[in-house]
Design a binder for this molecule. Sequence first.
Ligand code: ATP
Ligand code: MG
Length: 468
Amino acid sequence: MHPLIQPDPQIQPQRSPETELQPRVVPRAEHPVSRANISPNALKVLYRLRQAGHQAYLVGGGVRDLLLGHEPKDFDVATDATPEEVRGVFRNCRLIGRRFRLAHVFFGQEIVEVATFRGTGDDGDGDDDRRLENGRLIRDNVYGTIAEDALRRDFTINALYYNIEDFSLVDYAGGLADIEAGRLRLIGDDPAARYREDPVRMLRAVRFACKLGFMIAPDCEGPLHELAPLLREISPARLFDETLKLMHAGYALHAFEKLRHFGLFAELFPETDDCLAGEEQGFPITFVSRGLDNTDRRVLDGKPVSPAFLFAVLLWEPVRRRWQALQEEGRSSIEAMAMASHEVASRQQRQVAIPKRHGLPMREIWTLQPRLERRQGKRAMVLIGHPRFRAAYDFLLLRAEAGEVDQEIADWWTHFQEVDAGERARMSGAGKRKRRRRRRKVAAAKPDAGGNVASAPREGQVSGDADA
Ligand code: ATP
Ligand code: MG
């Protein structure tokens, strides 16, 4: 509930006889969105556009989150200036996007996204600025009025505009009522058509429902299961971005459960979903849940999280099964893991493309697992210096928690990291093992000398022992 927005449930957007949409306008005194909470750079962009004679509004997640008392992730601006006109106003500006052309205004690390109002129809010049193919919007570059712009957005709560002219809120789609009701609702009266236009809206529905704790309106929830396969038409690179947004914001476990519920997870991670489907009661589901819960706790504690670890968790069950199968065929544990990692990671690229810079460390987390289970000799010393050791160790802890490896092995590594070099040497038993081998060799060469003459191996002699 938002007591600061004056309740006005009677006033819903109405179409006038000329079919021009009348918005609900909430004056500054009656809503809580304050310039104090808007990024100074976004304000600069709004003011500069206005000075140049254009309309300028804050829109989207920034307005929504400020109304709900959340800190916005970024600030999006909507204007009647064309992208070229926007570029004329700002020197620190780049135009991006083909499907959806817009301007990025740069302020050091911060980017303020400036989009021109989109129109709903064809502009009549026949040059394909707005194109639908099989109901899917593949280009959306016809400009229009703010009213039209509001109606082509995804959810009502994302179509609220903050007007820099008089600091009022402008609501064309009933978003304020939905914010007050905690309800996520697609704009328009045909939710299935809106998902078909852009199937990623299905993932956005899950994301906002989790992030805001909102319920998805029943008519928007209804088509999800049936339309989930439309995600196959989306580029794997875009699905990678969306997956990260879903999983790295502190509600990954909840998002995972909702994605599975609506059949969306199977479209993103089909092999994992296959494994989980048969084993709701077994440890695989526990493993993924624990991994995601762990990720959520790290995000909430402000600790860094990595896509490599996240995807290592999400794809582990198919990797683990293939690893086992290959070992049963007679491969060594290390070789089987290298093969399984490669196979599963390659197949996954068809759905969600994991960029190399994350894909390589993801595979290292996996390939270190069998090596962490073999700790004797100098191996432990070498492994602890591996750049991916810490992530692989965290992963091992999850496997132990899920009952997949002995807790004793995980505890051993925990202890190994806490002690000094001398104790590490004792724990790994490096010296002992070498001495025994040396003794045997000496005894073989000089049967009369006995085992007592062998000297302790020097540091470094044994480094070739590591299977680096
Ligand atoms: P956040 O930035 O917190 O993830 P957001 O709502 O601002 O949430 P953005 O991806 O930044 O999401 O998009 C800004 C706005 O653009 C949205 O609020 C929405 O109005 C519109 N929008 C974004 N993606 C779509 C889409 N696929 N279909 C229709 N409108 C969209
Ligand atoms: Mg945004």
